[in-house]
Design a protein around this ligand. Structure first.
Ligand code: SF4
Ligand code: SF4
Length: 448
């Protein structure tokens, strides 16, 4: 007969799946609010980029110590969660350590013991790394963790996730230590797992004085805490910067493969110029281009889906801002803030669209309500932020599209820029002089 524990597990797991998948679908819908952009070329290059940057964490290794600890947390979390398979089997069947019981029958307990010890070793590594990250973030005065955009929720989120990971790892050690003591005491329902070294050393001494009936309760609480914690963690991640643990893979796959710093032409402008020069564009069969809704970007719907995927993937690490020359010289611009603002605005607009309709306009926009003109015009287009980003996010792309909007739709570029634009238009040079006068300075030298 199905037990209360099995029913409870199935209800909790189903509710978690419902909320998690609902949130993933919403994020997907929000990303698809962006305009279309083709990123399906060169699949082999894309797979290579994803394997190196997302799986291999290639760009993290510019700073070896934090990179190693980050890798430990990343591997630890993935590998330890293999244990969730057994949690599921136990939850559904109502048994305890289903896989250990099976392996015991086939005389393969050694494999189970070795695997659990690897999990425990990684759990200790995750705890130590998270403690290091907490100290680094809160005690050391590293500037990129204390920029103005890193207050309130972003700061709390970064700390919460580290604390959460420590607690989840402690729950594993607690569960294993009490389980191990119950095995030693031959309590029914606790199959032999072999020696779990780390929980024996670090946790068992705390639990050994307890009576077996209390240890069973401790073991059950730790089991439930761990599995419910994992479900809660999965849902929480979709609201947090830690969404990068999932999105880093598609984001690196769809990364820009063009040479670094190459600024793309605007197809709308290219078509117009071609028309003026009488060049037939094969894409529209020589017909006038379709009406252009907007030049550049004012709000998130003007950006591409890849820009929006970038925003959801941002880990808020601040490496881009630390490298940004505009930020270093005291300007308001922070590429990390550009990505955080973009994500906040998609979330806001996505919610409003859900409650109203696809074309809903709340009268607000990313440019103006979230990001100021001052920030956008402070950018030197140096590409340092893109180069620094460990998950190949491109804040410069968003900045350039907004700058194009302000320049081409609002004519609000700084007056010095406008003078330069008209010089380029009339003299094909940023200065007032025509190209034929370019070498006049050398003539003057000759006459000396
Ligand atoms: S491209 Fe702009 S935002 Fe990026 S680092 Fe350079 S100045 Fe900063
Ligand atoms: S854009 Fe990249 S480098 Fe900048 S904060 Fe986000 S993840 Fe870090």
């Amino acid at each position: 007969m199905i037990s209360f524990q099995q029913i409870l597990f199935i209800v909790v797991a189903s509710a978690a799946a419902y909320f998690f998948l609902g949130r993933i679908m919403k994020i997907r819908k929000n990303i698809l609010l962006g305009r279309d952009e083709n990123r399906s070329d060169h699949p082999l290059k894309r797979w290579k980029s994803m394997l190196l940057v997302a799986f291999g964490q290639k760009k993290m290794f510019k700073k070896p110590i934090p990179a190693f600890l980050h890798l430990l947390v990343y591997i630890g979390f993935i590998v330890i969660n293999i244990e969730v398979i057994e949690f599921f089997l136990d939850g559904v069947t109502g048994k305890h350590r289903t896989i250990a019981g099976l392996l015991q029958k086939w005389d393969l307990t050694g494999i189970y013991t070795a695997t659990l010890n690897v999990f425990e070793f990684l759990a200790i590594g995750v705890i130590l790394s998270c403690v290091f990250f907490l100290i680094r973030r809160n005690v050391f005065k590293i500037k990129r963790f204390h920029n103005p955009e890193m207050t309130r929720w972003p700061k709390l989120d970064a700390n919460l996730i580290l604390i959460f990971e420590i607690i989840l790892m402690l729950a594993i050690l607690t569960m294993n230590a009490s389980d191990q003591i119950l095995q030693e005491r031959n309590v029914a329902g606790y199959p032999n797992t072999g020696l779990m070294i780390f929980s024996e050393i670090f946790a068992a001494p705390f639990y050994r004085p307890f009576d077996s009936s209390i240890l069973v309760i401790i073991e059950r609480i730790a089991w439930w805490f761990h599995i419910v914690g994992i479900f809660a963690f999965a849902i929480y991640v979709t609201y947090s910067k830690h969404l990068h643990t999932l999105l880093a893979f598609p984001n690196t796959y769809y990364a820009n493969l063009e040479p670094a710093g190459k600024i793309t032409n605007m197809p709308e402008v290219t078509q117009e110029v071609n028309m003026m020069l009488g060049i037939t564009n094969p894409e529209n069969d020589g017909q006038p281009p379709a009406e252009i809704k907007r030049l550049g970007a004012k709000d998130v719907r003007d950006l591409s889906w890849k820009n929006l995927l970038d925003a959801y993937t941002c880990t808020e690490c601040g490496r881009c801002t630390a490298e940004c020359p505009a930020n270093q010289t005291g300007q308001k611009l922070s590429p990390r803030k550009i990505m955080m603002d973009t994500r906040d605005r998609i979330e806001e607009l996505g919610d409003l669209i859900l409650k109203n309709d696809e074309d809903f306009d709340d009268g607000k926009s990313l440019l103006g309500d979230y990001i100021s003109k001052e920030e956008i015009f402070a950018c030197t287009s140096c590409n340092a932020c893109v180069e620094a980003c460990p998950v190949t996010i491109d804040p410069l792309s968003i900045i350039l599209q907004m700058r194009r909007f302000m320049t081409m739709e609002e004519s609000s570029a700084p007056s010095e820029w406008n003078a330069m634009f008209s010089n380029i238009e009339t003299s094909f040079s940023p200065w007032k002089f025509p190209p034929s006068d370019r070498f006049n300075w050398a003539e003057e030298l000759k006459n000396e």
